[in-house]
Design a protein. Structure first.
Length: 434
């Protein structure tokens, strides 16, 4: 067993050594070649999936192939493109999930399973945090984190609990909440103890601060919402005022919009989405997309434009022409989680304005896929439709997995942090040019 693992580690280290420079023109895999698995992911590799590439549904191919997470083997390390360095920032965390950076540069982390919000400050000479603190605890599977109002001196930190939007008083530099939690709005229940189904609730404010968007995933895989009342206001992005008053369903038919972000160029809301399971290894692609106000994205009856889910044949034909095709299709069952847009200056200039998204990794696929961080190339704020492997190496060739990226956030200096609930760590990715 030791010799096998060492062999796989050697391959990973070789991949790190020969990874193509970020500046090089990369081949873009298209058509059937765009479908991939973790064994063929490598930094700099680009893919462009389209609706025309999708196979017919194959429910008989559906598998239960959840990952077996093992301790990180000695010398195993995330693999980044040439010129980037990856450092282990924090370890031994409790279910590290979404990351957000406060205006003063502090890094906030949702430790969802234990109900804590943790904060990290700075980087010392060894690459570790200078200060760590628990900002708040006793929450119900917290995930989303947002600071309000925008600017250097927010007054509140908003938290997306699985069943509510809550907030705490916040002043720049606070390491612990200085006042009691305020509950602003109920959210449709998530988690095993609060209604079941997808439990993550991300929060983001519109560019002008007037709208608060809350993502709420579906209760089920593909239950018909006409007959399942537990799906009410789920598989939706909900719009609230900053005070927590419900305004409307901003967009619907989005099975599980886990990560939300505002595109800094266009001001559009974007989300990173887990699509449905059970239709085969290569259906249905997860996606990262701009979210149109009033837009319908198909779930549960349709997917990727006018493709009807075979489990709902004949239902809602009037919606076929309304289904929006997402901007970026990523590989099926990637489990796309938190996303962000890069606005820093540390990375090479071509990264400015691009997106990043964490792919937690598949379970409903014969070959493992995901387990990486991807880059989302943009042109003038709009997606090219391609995506690029950026941070890989979290799997072992025997099928086991040691890392599962969840959260991604940009530090004040333009580096990025990535949370990993497989190894219970936060990784720090810096550009050195070497």
């Amino acid at each position: 067993m030791i010799s096998v693992r060492c062999s796989h580690l050697s391959v990973a280290l070789l991949a790190l050594a020969v990874a193509s420079p970020v500046f090089a023109q990369q081949k873009v895999f298209t058509g059937q070649d765009a479908f991939t698995d973790a064994a063929h992911e490598s930094p700099g590799t680009r893919r462009h999936l389209t609706v025309a590439d999708l196979p017919a549904p194959a429910q008989d191919q559906s598998v239960d192939n959840g990952p077996f997470v093992v301790p990180r083997p000695a010398n195993a390390w995330p693999v980044a493109p040439k010129g980037f360095k990856v450092e282990l920032y924090a370890s031994n965390l409790d279910n590290p999930r979404l990351l957000r950076v406060a205006p003063n540069g502090d890094l906030f982390l949702a430790e969802s399973a234990t109900g804590k919000i943790r904060v990290f400050r700075g980087v010392d000479a060894s690459g570790k945090p200078k200060v760590t603190s628990v900002f708040a605890e006793g929450l119900h599977q917290p995930f989303g984190i947002a600071f309000y109002p925008a600017g250097p001196n927010p007054k509140w930190i908003y938290i997306g609990d699985t069943d509510a939007i809550v907030r705490f008083p916040y002043h720049s530099g606070d390491l612990k909440a200085k006042g009691p939690m305020q509950q602003l709005a109920d959210l449709p229940g998530g988690g095993r103890l609060r209604g079941g189904g997808h439990w993550t609730r991300d929060l983001v404010f519109s560019k002008d601060g007037s709208k608060l968007f809350a993502s709420v995933g579906s209760h089920s895989n593909v239950d018909d919402t006409d007959t399942h009342p537990e799906e009410y206001h789920r598989a939706d992005v909900l719009q609230f005022t900053p005070e927590g008053k419900f305004v409307k369903v901003y967009a619907w038919g989005i099975r599980n919009c886990v990560g939300e972000a505002i595109n800094p160029t266009t001001g559009e809301l974007w989300c990173s989405t887990n699509e449905r399971d059970g239709l085969g290894n290569n259906l249905v692609p997860d996606y990262v997309t701009s979210v149109k106000e009033g837009g319908f994205y198909g779930w549960p009856w349709w997917y990727m434009g006018g493709h009807q889910d075979p489990r709902h044949i004949g239902k809602h034909p009037e919606l076929k022409s309304k289904v929006i095709t997402p901007d970026i299709l990523v590989n099926p069952h990637f489990a796309s989680l938190e996303m962000m847009f890069y606005t820093g200056s540390q990375f090479p200039a071509e990264f400015k304005g691009d997106g990043f998204a964490c792919e937690h990794g598949s379970w409903n696929r014969k070959q493992r896929a995901g387990y990486e961080v991807i880059r989302l190339p943009m042109k003038d704020g709009h997606a090219t439709g391609e995506y690029e492997d950026f941070l890989t190496g979290f799997t072992i060739g025997d099928g086991n997995v040691w890392g599962r990226p969840v959260g991604v956030a940009q530090a004040s200096d333009g580096s990025i942090f990535v949370s990993d609930d497989g190894s219970r760590s936060i990784w720090h990715v810096v550009y050195t040019g070497k």
